[in-house]
Structure formats: structure tokens, C-alpha cells
Design a protein around this ligand. Structure first.
Ligand code: ACO
Length: 310
């Protein structure tokens, strides 16, 4: 059986904050942020919009695109490090909001790699015929955990949500290969502290990411029996343009074949890959039969990659 994406959706918060705006309340410059990260602006959710609200909007759009009704959903998996509350889960909140009365629901905790973990978990349930249709969501209100006293992290992050309906697709399409991994010893490099704020050792995370992301990308291409030149579009975790470029250069594909939402949205953690995927589908960057690679890394440390035929 082939398992793939039946529909995608995303939600962009309305509050737009440019680097120039950031200069007004953080000791930073537009030039520093652009050259070190590729970020030009980010979106923050309004006070009355929490993670589950953004997730709900993205999920609704994904269901519509997939032409699937809420009661057809068997399982909801939301990847997030910024749930509304530790429990009930965001997935349970969405189940209620959507009226997905037949769905089981739980959240996935794998930081920025969470959407990849969710997608591959969904694949197992479908391949074993346990479930038919699963909603996988990446949603983050990172503005809740930004440390505004730390200029090396506060300029990087943004809010948003992306979603995908996962189910059976025609033979030869869908997920061709995957890789998931973790290294708990690196947990100290990126975590949430006792004040609930994000703490990151930027240099260590950078070193890990710049090695792991190209490696995982190449691994899933090999596992799928493909060549680098078969890849039509690359969707890396949108953390830093320099890390993304390392993966792109290793693949040897042209700039226009890599998603670069980091420029407009910053780093949206677990939401960044499904947001970029949904946008690429809507912009016609990802077309029928294209081979695409999704690849993420993040706190844990964790990583995950998927090669799929659209
Ligand atoms: N504005 C101006 N100067 C700054 C800022 C800022 N916002 N932040 C840091 N600086 C200064 C530092 O104080 C330092 O100054 P010093 O040399 O006088 O001490 C200087 O800039 C250089 O700092 P570095 O940390 O060396 O900068 P670097 O080139 O490593 O870039 C960055 C920092 C962008 C954070 C980089 O390390 C990085 O991208 N790391 C990986 C981040 C990442 O991918 N995270 C993903 C996981 S997090 C998540 O997804 C939720």
C-alpha cells in the first residue's frame, strides 16, 4: 500500500513584525538578522489566538483540499512545543473544534522535527490498515516562549500552523522512504527552561543542523532508490537560510527548487515544514508526480526526513 498526502492547509497569523520593527525593542539590526539567518519578517498570533486555534484553521483547509469530512478522520496528531495547555492535548481541542467525533487524538513531542514524526507515525497506522485517514498538524505559538532578553533567539521565531491529511494514495506515489533519529545527549543545547522560555546554544545547534540536514536528505534519497537529480523540490525545516543552503548544495539543486518561507515567517518550529508544504502546493511549486524531500531537525535533539512522490 502507498501512503501519502491527500490535502494540505496552513494558517498565517495577522500580526506582521519586520526586522526594522524588532530594532525598536531589541538591540539588533535588520542587517544582522538578514545576513545570519535570512529572516526579514515574522508573524505573531494575536493575544486571543492560541496554538489550537491556528491548528484548527490549518486543519480545516487541509480537510477541504483533501475533500475529506471531519468524521472520516481516525486519528489527529499535532506536533507542537507550545500547546495551549500540557493537557488536554491540542489534538483533543481540535477534535472538538472540528467535530471529528470518530478520531483518537494525541500530541507529538519532537520539537521542530515533530511534523516528520507525526507523518511517519500516521503512515504506520495506515499501512497496517488500522486507520484510513489521519490529520497531522504542526502548530506553534512560539511567541509564548520567546525570551525577549535574549537577542540571539528572540529574532528567530514566528507563529503559525500547517496541516496535512494522510491516507492511501495510488501505487508508486506517496512516501517512498523515511528516516527518524534522536540524540538525547544534545538536549541541553535547545530546551524550555523553568520560566517556560526557549533557551538555545545557537552555535552547537548550527553545527548539528548543518551536518544532519544534508545527511538525512541524502539518506532518504538513497533509501528510495533515487538519485539526487530526481528531486524536484526540497522543503527543509525553516530555521536558518545558511543551514538550508547546506542541504541544497549537497543535493546540487537550483535555488528555486527549495522552499524559503523562513524569509517571511521566521522559524515556526514544528509548523514550518507543513506551512511550507501547503504554500508550495498552493503556489504550484509542487506538482503531480514530483519527487519532494521534507527534512527537519530540532530540540531533543531530533531529526527526520521523508522522500515522497506527489
Ligand atoms: N542582533 C545583533 N547581534 C547579535 C544578535 C542579534 N539578534 N544575536 C547575537 N548577536 C551577536 C552575539 O552577541 C555575538 O556577539 P559577540 O561576537 O560580540 O559575542 C555575535 O552576534 C555573533 O554571535 P554568534 O552566536 O556567533 O552568531 P552566529 O553566526 O552563530 O548566528 C544564530 C547565531 C543565527 C543563532 C546561529 O547560531 C544559528 O542559526 N543557529 C542555529 C539555530 C537553529 O537552527 N535553531 C533551530 C532550532 S530552534 C527551533 O527550531 C525552535
Amino acid at each position: 500500500m502507498s501512503v501519502g498526502v491527500l490535502g494540505t492547509g496552513h494558517y498565517l497569523p495577522t500580526k506582521l513584525v519586520t526586522n526594522k520593527d524588532m530594532e525598536k525593542f531589541v538591540d539588533t539590526t535588520d542587517e544582522w538578522i538578514r545576513t545570519r539567518t535570512g529572516i526579514e519578517e515574522r508573524r505573531f498570533a494575536e493575544d486571543d489566538i492560541d496554538t489550537s486555534d491556528m491548528a484548527f484553521f490549518a486543519a480545516q483547509q487541509a480537510l477541504e483540499e483533501a475533500n475529506v469530512t471531519a468524521d472520516e478522520i481516525d486519528l489527529i496528531l499535532t506536533a507542537t512545543v507550545t500547546p495551549d495547555t500540557p493537557f488536554p492535548s491540542v489534538s483533543c481541542m481540535i477534535q472538538e473544534k472540528l467535530g471529528a467525533k470518530n478520531a483518537a487524538a494525541m500530541d507529538v513531542s519532537a520539537a521542530c522535527s515533530g511534523f516528520m514524526y507525526g507523518m511517519i507515525t500516521a503512515m504506520q497506522f495506515i499501512e497496517t490498515n488500522a486507520y484510513k485517514k489521519i490529520l497531522v498538524i504542526g502548530a506553534e505559538k512560539l511567541s509564548k516562549i520567546i525570551n525577549w532578553e535574549d537577542r540571539s533567539t528572540c529574532v528567530l521565531l514566528g507563529d503559525g500552523a500547517g496541516a496535512a491529511v494522510i491516507g492511501e494514495v495510488s501505487e508508486g506515489k506517496g512516501i517512498l522512504s523515511f528516516e527518524l533519529g534522536s540524540n538525547g545527549a544534545g538536549g541541553k543545547e535547545l530546551y524550555q527552561n523553568e520560566q517556560d522560555l526557549l533557551v538555545m546554544n545557537g552555535r552547537e545547534v548550527y553545527k548539528f543542523a548543518v551536518r544532519q540536514m544534508p545527511e538525512s536528505t541524502v539518506n532518504v534519497i538513497d533509501k528510495a532508490g533515487l538519485q539526487k537529480e530526481d528531486v524536484d523540490y526540497l522543503i527543509p525545516h525553516q530555521a536558518n537560510i545558511r543551514i538550508m543552503e547546506a542541504a541544497r548544495e549537497r543535493l546540487g539543486i537550483s535555488e528555486d527548487r527549495m522552499a524559503k518561507t523562513v524569509k517571511k515567517y521566521g522559524n515556526n518550529s514544528a509548523a514550518s515544514i507543513p506551512m511550507a508544504l501547503s504554500e508550495a502546493v498552493k503556489n504550484g511549486k509542487v506538482k503531480d508526480d514530483d519527487v519532494i524531500v521534507l527534512v527537519g531537525f530540532g530540540g531533543g535533539l531530533t531529526w527526520g526526513a521523508v522522500a515522497l512522490r506527489w
